[in-house]
Ligand binder design. Structure first.
Ligand code: ATP
Length: 391
């Protein structure tokens, strides 16, 4: 089959806007707020961004479902958009009948579709179900039929919104390979996904949409990394706000304080996250009246309150470790910490014969060395833990 002139496929948007009137004298919602880009033949473009960033609105304009409020949009080529895989299927028709209906909708003759039927059915892995009404199919089967039909009929510009959950992992890989094949033939593919892994696997370019604007446009690996960094930073800010009360730094007796506290890697670098099972240490600078001894009690808690360990060291006021200024460095080596993933608090309390003299806590995160690909970071940690190393 040779679809019409795939050589001139292109999408060009200039200062494109979509505003929604909210009524009641409220300013309109700028779902898309002046975006400019060009997508050419053979490009596989992923759109990423937070919920409500404007991805679906942009796709709807490209698909001709939503009317732009301003700017220029030129789409050269026939767009096939899949917003919910399987939605367009006619429930009372069989799978086979649906293939022919879709073929007709995509401008193919019955003969052209007929030539593809065996391939479509085999790809969709539907077996004998192909002759049964679609209403008897599971959601996954409907999605596989819709996807298989559309990609085999070879749309010129294919737009898919979060539709990669077409089946299991094996089918996902097959679907990705098929879409690559399409773009090798010059077709354009546009995908919206919250799965960074899917975007990296499928796309040759990635646009990060943020509050209706293009924040970044470039190679998927770079754009998804920048996006995930930002998601992480925003989560950190939220978390540090939430756990602010945990970050104790108290001086309880005159002349006593903990001037710095940090978690360190085996190499002595300040760290805010520790890979589970790796060596780490707690390091702190304690200011005490010269010549006075104390007890340092270090407690480790998971942030849900679970006590993990408590260890006590005694510092003799007369020992050589005591310097004239009364300042000393404590270094408590945890060795290889067998902690599970999560957020933890290490709190140091300095005790004297007169009672607790100072307290200080740091938060740190134990992370998974091999996080699952895609999506948001599995774990996050508060940004207020930035501490500078002192000599
Ligand atoms: N019909 C509408 N009327 C008013 N506001 C709308 C309408 N459709 C979308 N919006 C708003 O426009 C903004 C962009 O929505 P859109 O659905 O395009 O975001 P998205 O990036 O696709 O989000 P998600 O990842 O959650 O699907 C949101 O703030 C949304 O509330």
């Amino acid at each position: 089959m040779s679809p019409a002139s795939p050589t001139s496929l292109a999408i060009r948007a200039e200062d494109l806007c979509k505003h929604y009137a909210l009524g009641h004298g409220q300013p309109p919602k700028k779902a898309i707020d002046g975006v400019t880009f060009r997508i050419g033949e053979g490009e596989r473009v992923g759109f990423i961004g937070r919920n409500g960033a404007g991805k679906t609105t942009l796709l709807q304009m490209l698909a001709g479902i939503a009317e732009p409020s301003g700017g220029i949009l030129h789409v050269d080529g026939k767009v096939t958009a899949i917003f919910t895989l399987g939605m367009g299927l006619r429930e009372d028709l069989t799978g086979l009948e649906n293939i022919f209906v879709e073929g007709e909708l995509m401008g193919r003759t019955r003969e052209q579709t007929q030539a593809l039927v065996d391939e479509i059915v085999a790809f969709a892995e539907l077996g004998a179900f192909i002759d049964r009404p679609v209403r008897t199919y599971s959601t996954g089967m409907k999605a596989r039929l819709a996807f298989s039909t559309i990609v085999h009929i070879e749309p010129e510009i294919l737009i898919i919104d979060e539709a990669l959950s077409v089946g299991d992992v094996k089918f996902g890989a097959k679907a990705t390979a098929k879409m690559r094949e399409l773009t090798r033939k010059g077709r354009i593919l546009i995908v919206v996904s919250h799965s960074m892994g899917a975007i990296e696997d499928m796309c040759s370019r990635c646009l990060w949409i943020d509050e209706g604007r293009i924040r970044l446009d470039g190679p998927p690996s770079e754009v998804t990394r920048a996006y995930l960094d930002e998601v992480r930073r925003a989560d950190e800010a939220k978390l540090s706000e939430r756990f602010r009360h945990q970050l104790v730094n108290e001086s309880l007796l005159p002349g006593w304080s903990i001037d710095a506290a940090e978690m360190q890697s085996a190499e002595g670098l300040v760290v805010q996250h520790v890979v589970t099972g790796d060596s780490c240490a707690f390091s702190a600078r304690v200011r005490a009246p010269a010549g006075e001894g104390f007890q340092a009690v270090l407690g480790l808690h998971r942030l849900d309150g679970l006590a993990v360990l408590e260890t006590t060291c005694r510092f003799d006021g007369q020992s050589a470790a005591m310097c004239a200024s009364g300042e000393r460095r404590l270094h408590l080596d945890f060795g290889r910490l067998p902690l599970n993933y999560g957020l933890y608090k290490a709190q140091l309390e300095i005790r004297t014969d007169a009672g607790p003299a100072a307290r200080r806590a740091v938060l740190f995160e134990v992370v998974n060395p091999r996080p699952p690909r895609g999506g948001r970071p599995v774990l996050v940690y508060p940004s207020t833990l930035t501490v500078t190393k002192t000599s």
